[in-house]
Design a protein around this ligand. Structure first.
Ligand SMILES: [Zn+2]
Length: 929
């Protein structure tokens, strides 16, 4: 049955690249594309003829080619109309002159800003054109901000001072929600910043003497290699300083940039060598001699001279956000600015003003070519950096996400000491949140973890100070990381086929891997779980701060059963710590997991959700991260997917799972799934067939069902024994502890688990691909399983953590009106539907998805309205979501008070770290207003 909540008469929501995406790509192409960077063009020629070197024509050919694969259904005419509007400022349906003059990039950018934003200082609004509704305007703008850094558009607004931000359409509603209490329950600290701050941080890190050319690596980097990308960034940072110096000195009677350089070089500090280096850097960045980009270390030393303060920020990072703004960007340093994004805004504003003056002055029709060339190349490099770390639309799938995420590690080091404050400010964007739960990766030693927690608590003190008497809650959720292979071939873009040469392979390269599948992975994760347990044993009080355990990253990379013993172990250790008197009454740890977001077959997503609920969370309640598979409409999914190719072994487990639900094989009695007619027999046949292919002998469904169950129940050390007992063969040894009376078909089951975990031939046969046509029976099965699981989730009081933007980009939703949230927790109940699943909102990775918590609320507001629900219904819907967030939060109010607990916590952690008294820092005392 179709359960799409859209009221009848609603237009079908697009399943292809949305128009807003195509428009944003065209709009940003002259600044944000690699093609534009390579040509270093400064004017757009509407005639597209040979003038200005035919560059505009070339740029358009490349733009058209890139879009032709995405913009299915768009006629070339429509693309051209969008181009004419964005590049040349031609309004549709107006007559253009025969020979329109070239458009400088200054005019193009000012024009683009004017098209989208009202030119008002401070907080501005989106500009509504006559022929588009509010949703279109806002969604066009949203897609533009995926293509292009928003602050550039704001700074280019033709008013003085330019606006600093755009008000959300639902401002009053957001105010209302924050008054009631909004918590960000899903926020990864590693990407918990916005781009202007990351850019500032990059500008500091580039001056760090310990940075090496290999600190940035990975596939798909803008300049090909990490080394060249870093050199281009260094060149950008150097030239940016020189441009700033020029603008600063050039107040009264402007001289061209060339004259300024001459005067600059007259100073004794510019030795002939340095001069040569700077000229070479400029020529390379300006693409005049692009192959002669200077060496990394030469560039770094030159930049270090221009930004000496930058050298120390990676090793002794500033402890507050204000200090970061003041110290990271050399322009802010010179001007003494500590306002957010002060340096960059100053640069863009003054550069555009200078270009206004040059281009509009009657005597200098040529403008200042060198300045213009360098300034736009600097801006292009910044736009390209933006696209390097902000997830590109239509690159769905977690593996893509991991690539974007991996690229920002080197750049964020200077932010280290202020991370809690940064996350809080970014998530709320100036609004007060009631709480923040940040996720951090597990560490290999308890000392590293203690240091990290101490730093976070200290940084949280800055939030407490700013917030005064209203005490926001703070919690840390530690996540284990799934990875495919130790060498990270997947992350580096050299993925082998299937699961070969990953942790999944029992004996890669025909070597013997002791312990079979995932044994090494497990072994390394045990180290991390032990570090956590060790810290909680030593400092039980840390449970006030450490509130949850999670598993994240490459979801499909590791199966659930590998993680079960780790969860049980940490859970038990935390429970023991919480009853210790030294915990000062801290409640015990809560559980969540990233699950059901990435899948090849929707059934696979649901199977993993089932495994997570029953084995990982094991009845403990808690939350599910994303779990989009619960909300996706199976019919629509099947129609848009058509058929699925997946590994035979994954398919087999999906079928076994499905069979277990129909025959209620060791499942929770409340989990009721009604089998579609004829489906169970079909599934049984498929199981026999597939298992014969993999195990060389057909297996009965109930035997494999028992294998599936037992595999998730293995009592592995350190959970079952002393931590010292953990060895590579942990899983293997736990098999010997099984009670034959408790396991049906004991011998057969043990044999199959052995074969599955250790037999290379079984593994290789399981790697064959099976092609699944998503016909009627598959869809009916998906629908039945999804209904049952959803009922189960809501009966158990589990809450799904939803991140609309993240799902939009990773889950390939394309348009929020397709968002599973509208099915999962519909604004209005529809009769005959399974019960709604409670959801709570988080911002996930603010940088990567270019978002923040309150924007996520306002996106849902738009989606609800556009799906045809009334304002009143959408309001109470969002109120319910806000309340679920509060109820399901893991954070707790610190007792006896936030500041006292913070101080005690820092003390206890420093005791553990044995920090000598003289080196201890105190949290600043809270000033009560
Ligand atoms: Zn996440």
């Amino acid at each position: 049955m179709n359960s799409n909540p859209s009221p009848p008469g609603m237009p079908l929501t697009p399943r292809r690249a949305p128009a807003a995406y195509v428009r944003a790509e065209i709009a940003s192409f002259p600044l944000a594309s690699m093609q534009a960077f390579r040509t270093a063009m400064m004017v757009l020629n509407p005639s597209l003829d040979g003038r200005t070197g035919g560059q505009t024509q070339q740029l358009w050919i490349e733009c058209e080619e890139q879009l032709s694969q995405l913009a299915a259904g768009w006629s070339i005419d429509r693309l051209i109309m969008a181009r004419d509007l964005f590049w040349f400022g031609f309004q549709p349906k107006t007559r253009q002159s025969e020979d329109p003059p070239p458009v400088t990039l200054r005019r193009y950018l000012r024009n683009l800003s004017r098209l989208y934003l009202e030119p008002t200082p401070g907080v501005t609004r989106l500009r509504h054109s006559d022929d588009s509704n509010a949703f279109d305007t806002s969604s066009h703008y949203r897609w533009l901000t995926f293509a292009f850094p928003e602050d550039l558009l704001l700074a280019a607004s033709p008013c003085d001072p330019p606006p600093t931000e755009v008000a959300p359409g639902s401002k009053l509603l957001l105010q209302h929600l924050t008054d009631r209490g909004v918590v960000d329950i899903h926020h990864h600290l590693g990407a918990g910043m916005d781009f202007p701050l990351l850019w500032a941080s990059m500008l500091a890190r580039l001056a760090d003497p310990s940075l090496t050319p290999t600190d940035l690596s990975g596939p798909g980097l803008p300049m090909g290699s990490g080394d060249l990308t870093l050199r281009c960034l260094l060149a950008t940072a150097v030239v940016r300083c020189v441009l700033f110096e020029f603008l600063l000195q050039n107040g009264g009677s402007p001289v061209p940039f060339k004259e300024f350089l001459k005067a600059l070089f007259a100073s004794p500090s510019w030795t002939p060598n340095r001069r040569r280096l700077l000229l070479q850097t400029m020529a390379a960045l300006g693409q005049r001699r692009r192959d002669e980009m200077p060496d990394f270390y030469q560039l770094r030393d030159l930049y270090l001279d221009l930004h000496p303060l930058g050298s120390e920020l990676a090793t002794s990072p500033p402890g507050t956000l204000n200090a970061l703004w003041r110290k990271c960007d050399p322009i802010a340093v010179r001007l003494g600015l500590s306002i957010p994004n002060g340096g960059e805004r100053w640069l863009v504003r003054h550069a555009l003003r200078y270009l206004d003056f040059r281009e509009m002055a009657p005597t200098s029709a040529q403008g200042d070519l060198i300045f213009s060339l360098l300034f736009w190349q600097v801006q292009r490099m910044r736009c390209i950096s933006y696209r390097m770390v902000v997830q590109r639309p239509l690159t769905a799938g977690l593996q893509w996400f991991v690539r974007f995420y991996d690229r920002l590690g080197w750049a964020r080091t200077p932010l280290r000491a202020a991370r809690a404050e940064i996350s809080y400010v970014v998530a709320g964007r100036g609004q007060r949140l009631s709480g923040l739960e940040v996720r951090i990766s597990s560490t290999s030693t308890s000392f590293k973890l203690a240091e990290e927690l101490r730093d976070l608590t200290r940084s949280w003190c800055a939030v407490q100070q700013k917030n005064g008497a209203s005490e926001a809650e703070f919690a840390v959720i530690i996540h284990l990381l799934k990875e495919r292979d130790r060498q990270r071939r997947w992350a580096e873009g050299k993925p082998p086929a299937g699961a070969r040469r990953t942790h999944a392979e029992p004996h890669p390269h025909y070597q013997f891997r002791f312990g079979g599948r995932y044994s090494e992975f497990y072994f390394h994760q045990v180290e991390k779980a032990q570090a956590m347990a060790e810290l909680l044993r030593a400092v039980p009080q840390a449970l006030w701060l450490v509130r949850g355990l999670d598993v994240a990253s490459d979801e499909l990379g590791v199966p659930t059963w590998v993680l079960v013993p780790l969860y049980r172990y940490v859970e038990r250790q935390a429970a023991m710590a919480s009853v210790s008197p030294k915990s000062l009454g801290a409640p015990t740890l809560r559980l969540t997991a990233h699950v059901g977001e990435d899948f090849r077959h929707l059934m696979e997503g649901m199977r993993r959700i089932y495994e997570c609920i029953h084995y990982l969370l094991a009845g403990a309640g808690g939350r599910l991260g994303h779990a989009t598979a619960l909300g996706i409409d199976p019919r629509l999914w099947a129609e848009s997917t058509g058929s699925v190719m997946m590994l035979a072994e994954e398919r087999l487990w999906d079928l076994v799972f499905e069979w277990r639900l129909y025959s209620r094989y060791r499942v929770d009695p409340h989990l009721q799934v009604e089998a579609p007619p004829g489906r169970p027999q079909h599934v049984e046949n498929l199981i026999r067939q597939l298992s014969e292919g993999i195990f060389r002998r057909a297996q009965e469904p109930q035997v494999l069902a028992e294998v599936h169950h037992v595999l998730h129940q293995l009592q592995c050390p350190p959970f079952s024994r002393e931590p010292e007992d953990v060895s590579l063969d942990a899983f293997l040894r736990s098999l010997t502890t099984l009670d034959p009376n408790q396991v049906h078909n004991y011998r057969r089951v043990c044999h199959l688990i052995h074969a599955h975990r250790e037999d290379e031939a079984v593994f290789l046969r399981g790697q064959e691909l099976v092609d699944i046509t998503l016909e009627h029976s598959e869809v009916a099965a998906l629908q039945a399983v999804q209904d049952g699981l959803r009922r189960q989730v809501s009966l158990r009081g589990l809450v799904v953590e939803v991140n609309p933007s993240s799902n939009l980009l990773i889950g390939d939703m394309l348009d929020l009106r397709n968002h599973p949230i509208l099915r999962l927790f519909p604004p209005e109940r529809v009769d005959g539907e399974p019960p709604p699943v409670p959801i709570a909102l988080g911002s996930d990775d603010p940088l990567t998805f270019s978002t923040w918590l309150l924007r996520e609320y306002s996106l849902l507001h738009e989606a609800g309205i556009m799906a045809g629900f009334s304002e009143r219904v959408v309001h109470s819907w969002l109120e319910a979501i806000q309340k679920t967030g509060m109820d399901a939060r893991f954070s707790v109010p610190w007792k006896p008070s936030a500041d006292v607990q913070a101080e005690r916590l820092v003390d206890a952690l420093e005791d553990y770290l044995q920090v000598p008294d003289i080196n201890r820092t105190r949290c600043p005392k809270l000033i009560h207003h």
